[in-house]
Write a protein that binds this ligand. Structure first.
Ligand code: C2O
Ligand code: CU
Length: 478
């Protein structure tokens, strides 16, 4: 339970619908950005094998304050796993915590029994070893626990990491690609600390969950990164449990190069990219010698009254400082050929045999809360489908589907903006809008073990805003 873990649970006084949001504190940008180490691996019988241990520890986020945290292979967050398309991988996940957890490979196409959702708990002291073949385009994926009812707390305590995929197209692309140097992972999270320095979850019965007054990148509060090249690629992950960001720079645009599931057709010049919990974006930004700029989050346009859930008193807050050296190595503008692997069939709307509708309201999807024993949808392998997802609620939600990367056909009947035009597995749902998502279910069937779809605002997920689908053989019923 929460108390045993030392997570303080605060009940704030504001019972109003919008709740009150504490402004993000201004901080000094004086600490070097921590770069999650690349996970080691060994190739055993042709299988690239990683080890990942969930453990507890303490972290010093605030000067002189020891905060109890959880992490993989360390006190907070976890190493970056990295694999190549076509490789078979295995991960030995060991749970050294005092309670069950799980590890879900967010964005990964893999069999449901390997997915690490609520049906694959890892008991304390146990090791779980999923294995699968990497068979999807290069992308910035991530991993995090998914124990039913406790995902928010496990992620908030620090259990999360990146899983990078490479392929021929990404290797051939002109993109900054030296990990931690000009290809920089940026996991953005917000926290609240109580007086004892413990991480605090705020459940005031309000929306959308805990919005922290302290923002950190890769576990560093007030981080800077020394830039040594004319361009730098930031792999942004919104690893927060509730907050939606609008990332950009006050003084320059950037090129959006990839969304959740990999490269766009071509770079898109933008001033801002909005990311809800679980979403990723890869951006490339150019600096002149000696320049200093800051990645920031401006007030995201959340639609409707949702705006009051994001910012508190802030118009914008800074997230990460970039400091360019006087002598920058040349770095050409990003470009690449086709983003998709030659044998990836394109998703075509005319192939969609089935349209399913999902309405999100309160903590329910289509009027139901998550039930581990109920299968909500049964899909036939090989089928292309349209999932029509409507946020029927005045508050934000973030819709995630396991196993697939989807394409957003329309938002309220209109073409999606460029930042929603790439491969996606998670999408922010503006209040009272309908999103048509095109997806295909391939390769893996299981008549018993379901995949999940859910809101990625983790309090909402824990409170039941989740459903289960099976992928079965043609003619098979669940
Ligand atoms: Cu990132 Cu089902 O979760
Ligand atoms: Cu939600």
């Amino acid at each position: 339970g929460l108390a045993a873990l030392g997570v303080a649970l605060a009940v704030s006084g504001c019972g109003s619908f919008g709740g009150s949001v504490t402004p993000v504190r201004a901080v000094e940008f004086g600490s070097e950005l921590a770069i999650p180490p690349l996970a080691g691996s060994s190739v055993v019988d042709g299988v690239r094998t990683f080890d990942l241990t969930a453990q507890s520890g303490t972290s010093e986020f605030l000067p002189g304050v020891e905060t109890p945290t959880w992490g993989f292979d360390g006190p907070y967050l976890g190493p970056t796993l990295r694999a190549e398309r076509g490789e078979r991988v295995a991960v030995r996940v060991t749970n050294e915590l005092d309670e069950a957890t799980s590890v879900h490979w967010h964005g990964m196409h893999l069999p449901p029994a390997m997915d690490g959702g609520p049906h694959q708990p890892v008991a304390p002291g146990q090791t779980w070893e999923p294995t699968w073949e990497i068979d999807q385009p290069a992308a910035t994926l991530w991993y995090h626990p998914h124990p039913h009812g406790a995902t928010e707390e496990h992620v908030y305590r620090g259990l999360a990491g990146l899983f990078l995929l490479d392929d021929d197209a990404s290797r051939a692309a002109v993109l900054p690609s030296e990990y931690g140097v000009d290809d920089v992972p940026v996991v953005v999270q917000d926290k609240v600390f109580d007086d004892a320095g413990r991480l605090e979850l705020q459940h005031d019965g309000g929306e959308p969950g805990t919005l922290g007054d302290t923002v950190m990148t890769n576990g560093t509060v007030g981080a800077y990164h020394e830039v040594t090249t004319e361009r730098v690629r930031l792999r942004l992950l919104n690893g927060s449990t509730a907050r939606t960001y609008a990332f950009g720079f006050a003084d320059r645009p950037f090129d959006l190069v990839a969304t959740d599931g990999g490269l766009l057709d071509a770079p898109v010049r933008l001033d801002e990219v909005r990311l809800a919990p679980g979403e990723r974006a890869e951006i490339v930004v150019a600096l002149e010698p000696g320049e200093v700029t800051r990645l920031r989050s401006a007030d995201p346009d959340l639609g409707g009254i949702a705006a009051s859930f994001a910012m508190g008193g802030n118009d914008a807050f800074d997230v990460l400082e970039l400091r360019a050296g006087e002598d920058l190595a040349p770095s050409p503008a990003p470009s690449w050929g086709r983003s998709r692997h030659a044998d990836d069939g394109e998703l075509r709307a005319e192939d969609a045999a089935t349209v399913r509708s999902f309405e999100l309201a309160e903590r329910e999807i289509n009027g139901e809360r998550m039930d581990m024993g109920r299968v909500d949808e049964v899909v036939t392998v090989g089928d292309t489908e349209v999932w029509e997802v409507r946020n029927a609620h005045p508050v934000p939600h973030s819709f995630h589907v396991h196993d697939v990367q989807f394409r957003i056909l329309t938002v309220d009947g209109r073409e999606p903006p460029p930042q929603l035009a790439g491969p996606k597995d998670t999408v922010y749902l503006e209040p009272h809008r309908t999103y048509r998502l095109l997806m295909r279910f391939e390769d893996y069937t299981d008549a018993e073990v379901p995949y999940m779809y859910h809101c990625h605002m983790l309090l909402h997920e824990d409170e039941g805003m989740m459903g289960q689908f099976l992928v079965v053989e043609p003619g098979e019923t669940a």
